[in-house]
Design a protein around this ligand. Structure first.
Ligand code: MG
Ligand code: FE
Ligand code: FE
Length: 163
């Protein structure tokens, strides 16, 4: 990374790169969970749910890009092998084996709540020590909070429908 940029950072860069790689593993798994969920989803309000899942998949992929670019700026090595995703992930992966919209929403809300905790921790780790990563984590956290809210709103709408 650039030497002047590097000099601004006052924390253990290796530890930071590990945290960023763990978040990267989460983002790829979240991306795939949303992407596949959108394909298999069945049930009431399916189109509204699918639109939300597809939108979120695109956001998670963008988060993976942001994390990878920052890891490279820090002279770190981004996870090169998908096998590492399961090993490194904080939030894991819930396969959409039950394609009902209710179950998909429940699984993805759980994932978003985990992601919110991950980026809050990353902000705490970098606060006043690496403003660039802090800013990035805040930007991603803002998206994850929106994701949780979107999904819970759809879930509330679904609950109003008499089944
Ligand atoms: Mg949304
Ligand atoms: Fe994300
Ligand atoms: Fe998200």
């Amino acid at each position: 990374m650039g030497t002047r940029g590097n000099a601004l950072i006052s924390l253990d860069i290796n530890a930071l790169v590990t945290l960023l790689n763990k978040a990267l593993a989460d983002e790829w798994l979240a991306y795939y969970q949303y992407w596949m969920g959108a394909k298999v989803a069945r049930g009431i309000m399916r189109e509204a749910v699918v639109a939300e899942l597809d939108e979120h998949a695109a956001d998670e992929l963008r988060h993976a890009q942001m994390l990878t670019e920052r890891i490279l700026q820090l002279d770190g090595t981004p996870l090169l092998d998908p096998k590492q995703w399961y090993e490194m992930s904080n939030c894991g992966y819930d396969p959409p084996t039950d394609p009902s919209v209710h179950k998909l929403l429940e699984q993805n809300i759980k994932g978003e709540q985990c992601a919110i905790d991950v980026y809050k921790s990353l902000m705490d780790f970098t606060k006043d020590k690496d403003e660039i990563t802090y800013q990035m984590a805040l930007e991603i956290l803002t998206d994850e909070i929106e994701h949780e809210d979107d999904l819970q709103t759809v879930q509330e709408d679904l609950a109003k429908i008499v089944r």
